[in-house]
Design a protein around this ligand. Sequence first.
Ligand SMILES: Cc1cc2nc3c(=O)[nH]c(=O)nc-3n(C[C@H](O)[C@H](O)[C@H](O)COP(=O)(O)OP(=O)(O)OC[C@H]3O[C@@H](n4cnc5c(N)ncnc54)[C@H](O)[C@@H]3O)c2cc1C
Length: 354
Amino acid sequence: MNRIDVEVAIVGGGIAGLWIANLLLRRGIEVALCEGGAGGLSQTSAAQGIIHSGVKYALDGVATPASQAIAPMPARWRRCLAGCGEIDLRGVPVLAPHCHLWARRRLGAKLANALAKQPWAGAEQVADADYPAPFERADGALFRLQDFVLDVPALCRRLATPLGKRLLKVRVEPRHLAVADAKVSALRTDAVEVRARRFVFAAGAGNEALAAAAGHPTPMQRRPLQHVFAHGRSPAPIFAHCLTDGAPQPTLTIATIGGRHAIGGALAEAGATRSKGEQVAAAQQTLQAALPGLDWRRHRFDTLRIDRAEPAQTDGRRPQQAFAAVGGNCLTVWPVKLTLAPQLGDMALKALGA
Ligand SMILES: Cc1cc2nc3c(=O)[nH]c(=O)nc-3n(C[C@H](O)[C@H](O)[C@H](O)COP(=O)(O)OP(=O)(O)OC[C@H]3O[C@@H](n4cnc5c(N)ncnc54)[C@H](O)[C@@H]3O)c2cc1C
């Protein structure tokens, strides 16, 4: 059996585990990271890669705890991409330097007023003559946001590189934790024993079982999505949040990645309980109404069911910020958004005293 002694053992190799591992490595702290996704789809690998500025959480012009938590994040990510941030992300491709916010018809004027009340957001209205192709012929108002889009697989590869052999392909079951007096001393699978002073559970949906087995139950909630993919040609990639009906959140969030449009937003949330056929029909109808310049009937549609795993909230809604909770020598973390990885990193370093 392979035996490893480190300061911090991390379970989960999504954005949370990879980000925290990199922060610790940069401080000279020895880590091992166990990633057990045997072909399973993680939230990180499903993410569109949008680094949000927070505008979509303050669409009526009033800052919210969620918009305030996320607003500093794009600048921190940009520093990392430039090689002068907390983590070196030089070389990670930026798929779009800006996202658009698109509001149909009269909603456009309402939105312009709301955005004028939030100069921190740096949103700029796009002149009609400058509309990119997918928005031509559409009746409404278009804004350029500070949100930008990263290539997520490349981001994960970049974050995995410094770990080298300390990135272990190991699924850690709750029974693998060696626990005494509410402290974990090691995790032991058939293949490896990892002894550590501190353990970080960054396993997304796997956290609840691990934290409970360690003797520090941390309630989790799942919010299901049925994400939509539209495969087909469009005159240009689309990276946009679309408001269509005055709802407090974008009806559609579209990111064109690898030749297909990945579509989330309220459509994906409301569609979680629909059949695949119903969800595809709803997507076609909503897309055609939002962006009539494209013939969406010519696209081939597919869907993906996936849960967002987060700390439980009393109202079951989206948590407003990243989450880190200490129990004994364990830390359980959920970033809540890919964008919030730097905030989660701050919390983790503080909790680990690093
Ligand atoms: C469809 C979708 C699109 C999204 N788009 C965006 C976006 O554009 N921008 C944004 O900011 N946020 C986005 N998010 C949210 C964001 O992706 C998540 O908040 C974030 O990726 C969660 O990261 P995580 O590391 O906590 O979890 P995960 O990414 O789920 O990673 C957990 C990892 O732990 C591993 N694991 C689980 N159990 C075990 C175990 N027992 N042993 C070992 N390993 C284990 C899993 O294999 C997985 O790799 C999106 C989410 C979804 C679902």
